[in-house]
Design a binder for this molecule. Structure first.
Ligand code: AMP
Length: 416
């Protein structure tokens, strides 16, 4: 778990703000689920899922309830849907931290942030296309260019079940060639073996049955409609019949976004798919759903690698230097802030020289200087810190209005 300090923290906020604006414009409303839920909400994600069996931060609270810090938010959104029954289709977005007891490394943390959407109540393939297009456009709005979209269909639940038993049989027939890790995975969840990136498993995986051969006509039609939609929207994609993804509840469409600059073990920037039965498992009516979650931490690493979406320092417009007792600085900064002008000051009655240094370092465009001479004459000096120190004298009673006007005209010309 990490501390996020400025200016990185501002970049996080900007990341979420960019996402929020994109999805709210598309009709999604924010859900803010609690960080902690009854363990039952997450155990429904599937007993064969690592996230549930090995990585959960769960404990018994003082009231004797078995609870867990959320490892993801799809289950929470579905639980909230069941509890509040909003109108369908329910188009929700979320942002926030999740917790998984994983082995920390670059791009993999025990507390990590995600943004995501879920659409409940429609099994139209165009909803799948809509959510994929939103994620795609979001990556583009960050400036990322090396993102690859990989999609697959797991078929209907019955197709998936038949396919799973064929994969199970096949992998058992080549059990001796699998790595020890994959043998263990096979016991719990045969499909997850197909995710293995370990070289000795690759040959075995290459010969595994192909999910496409197991699709029912309905599943095939749905998948084709998704692919056609993406083509119409000029969103490039690669079909990968081995893409099964971690959670057990997926059916039909699954997809993943991979960052071209990241190590293959950590290159998934996000992913999602269509899920079935989750709302029902949580006590609601049978309700189709589709959604995705994008990892903030990892997507920002991809942005670093591509040199896009950099941290932007937030500079004050005005910096007040007051070498009297600081009262002018207090009054002027507060008044400026009330006018919406970013303003800052120094404390502790420092010397003129030391306050000038702080003003320069702050990146402010303008210094408002009040030394004892100016204070005596009820004046202030305005010094342009960016164009070589040009200076004007204004009366103290006019200083706030003058600076506010300058700020406005800079904003209007976009010169700041
Ligand atoms: P998942 O909820 O497992 O489908 O993950 C969706 C996305 O969340 C992944 O593609 C990653 O970008 C991100 N993610 C998942 N687990 C972690 C983690 N432990 N640390 C950082 N990012 C993660």
């Amino acid at each position: 778990m990490r501390d996020i300090l400025p200016p990185e923290s501002a970049r996080w906020r900007q990341f979420v703000a960019t996402f929020a604006s994109l999805v709210t414009d598309a009709g999604y409303g924010q859900v803010i689920p609690p960080l902690l839920e009854d363990i039952g909400v997450f155990s429904r994600l599937g007993e064969a899922t690592d996230v549930v069996t090995k990585e959960m931060y769960d404990f018994t609270d003082k009231g004797g309830r078995h609870v867990a810090l959320r490892p993801e938010q799809t289950a929470s959104v579905c639980r909230a849907f069941v509890e509040h029954r909003p109108a369908l289709p329910f188009k929700a977005w979320y942002a926030g931290s999740n917790f998984r007891y994983e082995k920390p490394q670059r791009g993999r943390y025990r507390q990590f942030d995600q943004v995501g959407v879920e659409v409940l109540g429609s099994d139209d393939a165009h909803v799948d296309v809509e959510v994929i297009a939103l994620a795609w456009d979001f990556f583009a709005s960050l400036g990322l260019q090396r993102v690859e979209l990989v999609i697959n269909s797991l078929g209907e639940p019955a197709d998936r079940a038949t396919y799973t038993s064929s994969v199970d049989q096949y992998l058992r027939s080549r059990f001796d060639e699998l790595t020890a890790e994959s043998r263990l995975t096979l016991e719990r969840n045969p499909l997850r073996v197909l995710d293995s990136k370990r070289p000795p498993d690759a040959d075995v995986i290459a010969g595994a049955p192909n999910i496409a051969d197991y699709w029912s006509p309905e599943a095939r039609t749905h998948f084709e409609r998704v692919c056609d939609g993406l083509t119409t929207l000029h969103i490039p994609f690669v079909i990968d019949s081995r893409l099964v993804r971690g959670l057990d509840y997926y059916r039909r469409t699954t997809f993943e976004f991979r960052g071209g600059t990241l190590d293959s073990a950590q290159n998934a920037l996000g992913g999602g798919g269509r899920y079935d039965g989750l709302v029902e498992d949580l006590g609601g009516p049978a309700t189709p759903g589709v959604g995705f979650a994008l990892g903030l931490d990892r997507t920002l690493l991809a942005c670093d690698d591509e040199g896009v979406f950099g941290a932007q320092a937030h500079e004050p417009f005005a910096f007040v230097i007051d070498t009297t007792d600081g009262t002018h600085a207090m009054a002027i900064t507060t008044a400026l802030r009330r006018f919406g002008v970013p303003a800052d000051r120094a404390f502790d009655g420092r010397s003129m020289k030391s306050q000038m240094k702080v003003a320069d370092r702050s990146g402010a465009a303008l210094a408002i200087i009040i030394g004892s001479d100016e204070a005596e004459r009820s004046q202030a000096l305005l010094r342009d810190l960016r164009s070589g120190g040009e200076q004007v004298v204004v009366s103290l009673s006019d200083v706030v209005a003058t600076v506010a006007t300058r700020f406005e005209s800079q904003m209007n010309t976009g010169a700041q």
